[in-house]
Design a protein. Structure first.
Length: 64
C-alpha cells in the first residue's frame, strides 16, 4: 500500500490519480466540475446518457 493516501496508481496504467474523484452520477453541474479540476482532481467517472461532465472535460482538455 502506498504511504501517500491522497494519490494512488490507477490499476496497471501507471497513471497517478487522486483517491477521491468526481462522478457524474448525480449531475454535479459545470461549476462543481470546474471547481474539482481547479482543486486538483484528476479522476472522473462519466457514464451513461449524461453528457455534461464529458462536455466540460472535453473543453478543459482541449484548452490545455
Amino acid at each position: 500500500m502506498s504511504s501517500n493516501f491522497t494519490h494512488t496508481v490507477l490499476g496497471r496504467t501507471g497513471i497517478r490519480v487522486h483517491r477521491l474523484g468526481l462522478s457524474a452520477t448525480y449531475r454535479p453541474g459545470k461549476r462543481a466540475i470546474y471547481r474539482a479540476i481547479d482543486e486538483g482532481a484528476n479522476f472522473f467517472f462519466a457514464f451513461g446518457v449524461d453528457t455534461q461532465m464529458r462536455s466540460v472535460l472535453r473543453d478543459v482538455f482541449r484548452s490545455r
